[in-house]
Write a protein of this length. Sequence first.
Length: 312
Amino acid sequence: MKALVIGVSGQVGSNLKRACEAKGVKVYGADINPARENLYVDIARPDSARSAFEAAEPEIVFLCAAMTHVDGCEKDPALAEKINAGGAEITADCCRRSGSKLVYLSTEYVFDGKKGPYSETDSPNPISVYGQTKLQGERLALALDGALSIRTTVVYGYAPGEKNFLMQLLGAAKSAADSARGQRQASVTHGKMRVPKDQYSNPTFAPELAEFILELALKNKSGIYNVVGSERLDRYSFALKVCEILGLGAGFLEPALTKELGQTAARPLCAGLKTDKLMSELGRVPSGASDSLRIIKELITAQVHGSVVEEV
Ligand SMILES: NC(=O)c1ccc[n+]([C@@H]2O[C@H](COP(=O)([O-])OP(=O)(O)OC[C@H]3O[C@@H](n4cnc5c(N)ncnc54)[C@H](OP(=O)(O)O)[C@@H]3O)[C@@H](O)[C@H]2O)c1
């Protein structure tokens, strides 16, 4: 079995590559700014996508590349459509030509967040350019026979240098501690990090997400599957849980309403995804945040980087 992970330098792509390697799946990585061992690809350019397919000759393709900056998409909708929808169409076309299975990464942002949590059969109604273009991409991907779309949300993991919510929070905790010691950092205003208390969703542990995606792909599942952590939390409660389990003071956290944060794009508030379909077909679902954060705590303790947390 040969796989191609497109967007391999990103959070989901890097975890998928590791999951493939752990299962003995031969895997190629491709990205627009690739590390030396990976292939170059710009999914918005057909010639570039075809070259990557010719080099990898994949049987399964994981499309993790996307324009993921939600406010950035709102500011440049044409570019968001070119990458998120156009890139999915180009990738699906390459899969059609090469007979590869396509696994598309989708999002709970296809919903408006009025009545979550959502199942796979609920009607999407995106309220941001990111959500709209990801839904376009999902539909273009699913037009290919046998394609699989994975909807997920708030993906996090312990990965120094990355900008997922957990890493932002650890950075802010450290900045707040520095600030308290008189070394004020720009990222934390007056030593505080404002976190929305009205955005509900299911934080999802990246390595576990990757394992579930690979399992669904290897079982040749098709259509839409929700793959998210089993605890549905508002973002502020998730932040408090991180602090509690990782042993950080939470004084730097300040609850806020989304409307007070001045973000460019609208966010689905009462969101989250149901995993009944996953449970009925695989007999298990990803862990909740509490269990995953305990694993992260062990990981940090076992690493030299543990000092990042211990310093705070
Ligand atoms: N992370 C989440 O919480 C979350 C939640 C729901 C859904 N998803 C979906 O899951 C997928 C992966 O997300 P992620 O968090 O891993 O995103 P990410 O960390 O931003 O990674 C995306 C990767 O795609 C690359 N890329 C961007 N434009 C490209 C192009 N035109 N051609 C080739 N590569 C390109 C990026 O490269 P550069 O960084 O160099 O631009 C980056 O390496 C996305 O489809 C996203 O919509 C993520």
